[in-house]
Design a protein. Structure first.
Length: 91
């Protein structure tokens, strides 16, 4: 017997031509259908994985506010870097 098991949803968001992209991570299966603003503000949002433009560096962050983000009042908790992965190109 095989039971279906849901782990998480990740949705790719581009950052710009020279910046790479990030993936928002959510515990909600329907999260991929939502807009960017509602994804980041939902209670199911747990963090994001950000890549560089060459996709060699990946950083996992929790759901805190970016240090250079829009919350200049300091009322939100700053995000924490949880994991960093670097792939070296050996070709």
């Amino acid at each position: 017997r095989t039971d279906d098991m849901y782990c998480f949803t990740a949705k790719k968001w581009p950052l710009g031509i020279n910046k790479g992209c990030y993936y928002s991570i959510s515990l909600d299966q329907e999260e991929a259908k939502r807009s960017k603003a509602s994804t980041l503000e939902s209670g199911a949002f747990v963090g994001k994985v950000r890549s560089d433009k060459k996709s060699l560096d990946y950083t996992l962050y929790d759901d805190g506010t970016s240090p250079d983000g829009k919350d200049k009042g300091g009322t939100s908790v700053l995000r924490h870097e949880l994991l960093h992965i670097n792939f070296s190109n050996s070709l």
